[in-house]
Write a protein that binds this ligand. Structure first.
Ligand code: FES
Length: 181
């Protein structure tokens, strides 16, 4: 403000002389230098602070096992399919291993016998990716399209404090993982 007032005062003088113009240029120059210094110090200070990426926690509760519906539950915000079969539970990622689109749980019209590894299995659903057509068997094994690997499985556990189901996205497990409660 003081700088502006001083500038106004200089300009409003009826008989501007050479020295007035010089002091005007001095003020403008000083202002520029001060602005550059302020920018420099701000950037220096900012570089000392880490760039923190705020992500959702890897471990989270999804309620009591008894509250989960039989069959499949899709946790949309986590892109995770959680299965409850009798008293066992497991979780399969809904993120396609090609470029990360969300795969769709697709019920088959009739059970299909497939060979996974050396085992023959009857499956009643699959996962299909809407982006480039990758397909995965019920256990997440990729069998068609560009997806290079199976869907990820994540660990489930029981919270010791309140008995809720806990998903741990930080820990992958094998396709035969089952949490039995
Ligand atoms: S992202 Fe799923 S097939 Fe490409």
């Amino acid at each position: 403000m003081k700088l502006l007032e001083s500038l106004k005062a200089q300009l409003s003088k009826p008989n501007s002389t050479k020295s007035d113009r010089r002091s005007f240029l001095q003020i403008v120059g000083t202002g520029g230098v001060l602005a550059s210094l302020a920018g420099f110090f701000y950037q220096s200070f900012r570089s000392l602070l880490p760039n923190v990426l705020y992500e959702a926690p890897q471990k989270f509760k999804i309620g009591l096992p008894s509250q989960l519906a039989d069959g499949v539950t899709f946790l949309e915000d986590r892109r995770l399919y959680v299965f409850k079969e009798a008293k066992s539970y497991y979780a399969i990622s809904g993120a396609c291993t090609h470029l990360g689109c969300t795969v769709k749980y697709t019920k088959l019209n009739s059970p299909k016998q497939v060979e996974i590894g050396n085992e023959k299995k009857n499956i009643t659903f699959e996962f299909h990716c809407p982006c480039h057509g990758s397909k995965f068997y019920a256990d997440g094994t990729n069998y068609a399209g560009p997806a290079p690997s199976p869907l990820h499985w994540y660990k489930l556990e029981i919270a010791p404090d309140d008995g809720q189901l806990v998903v741990n996205l930080g820990e992958e497990v094998e396709q035969n993982f089952r949490l039995t409660v």
